[in-house]
Design a protein around this ligand. Structure first.
Ligand code: MMA
Ligand code: CA
Length: 223
């Protein structure tokens, strides 16, 4: 059981589609290659997840990203022992999520989980801590996500940086991957920085203000 733990958690990511918001578990790497691109096994994205196999031998020792036996052994779909493990893990993950939500450690908004470390730092430092924790800066892409993030801003009563920056075109903002925003919640008369305020903060009412990136703002990450 222990020998498959890392493996199993990743398999859960592929199989759990309801109840938990957790799409994947921190610290557990994606299968080789990126979605859509073939990995060493020749499989692409979803093919690789649905074709997930367990190792044929024992997988002992610490987790090594380069040592995960993704494509050896029996297919998970045919492995009743591993299937049972996954079926049992699902409600346990949901219970853990419930505990964290009850204790106000996380907020769930749609598919995402939002959490703060309670620290107020500049934009670059906030982004760094989110990435080090396996997430990114909170990036509201719809009203539901915006409300979940606002819940944390209200909980700490501190404005927070969001995962947006101003593009080369002054007054236009984009996601951290460079794609233009497709949902916005600007406060009245914002954005108004016109090239001088390249980051975005969320106010306690959930509305947004473009702001200089060197302020100390609450770190809120999404996972
Ligand atoms: C501050 C600063 C701006 C914001 C205005 C709104 C004076 O500047 O936070 O980003 O747009 O307040 O009045
Ligand atoms: Ca502004």
């Amino acid at each position: 059981m222990l020998s498959y733990s890392s493996y199993t958690l990743t398999a859960v990511a592929a199989l759990l589609v309801t109840c938990c918001a957790l799409p994947e578990c921190p610290g557990i790497p994606e299968p080789p290659g990126t979605p859509g691109l073939p990995g060493k096994d020749g499989l692409k994205g979803q093919e690789r997840l649905t074709g997930l196999t367990r190792p044929s031998g024992n997988f002992l020792g610490p987790l090594r990203r380069d040592r995960l036996p993704w494509s050896q052994g029996v297919p998970v779909s045919l492995d009743s022992e591993l299937h049972n493990v996954l079926v049992n893990l699902k409600p346990r993950l949901c219970r853990l999520e419930g505990v964290l939500a009850l204790n106000e450690k996380i907020k769930v908004g749609g598919e995402k989980i939002f959490a703060s470390n309670g620290k107020e730092v500049d934009f670059a430092s906030a982004l760094k801590s989110c990435e080090e924790a396996g997430g990114t800066l909170a990036t509201p892409m719809n009203e539901e996500e915006n409300k979940a993030i606002m819940g944390i801003v209200k909980q700490y009563n501190r404005y927070a940086y969001l995962g947006f920056t101003e593009s080369r075109v002054s007054g236009q903002f984009q996601y951290l991957n460079g794609v233009p925003l497709n949902y916005t919640k600007w406060h009245n008369y914002e954005p108004n920085g016109k090239g001088t305020e390249k980051c975005v903060e969320m106010y306690t009412d959930g509305s947004w203000n473009d702001k200089k990136c060197n302020m100390r703002r609450l770190t809120i990450c999404e996972f």
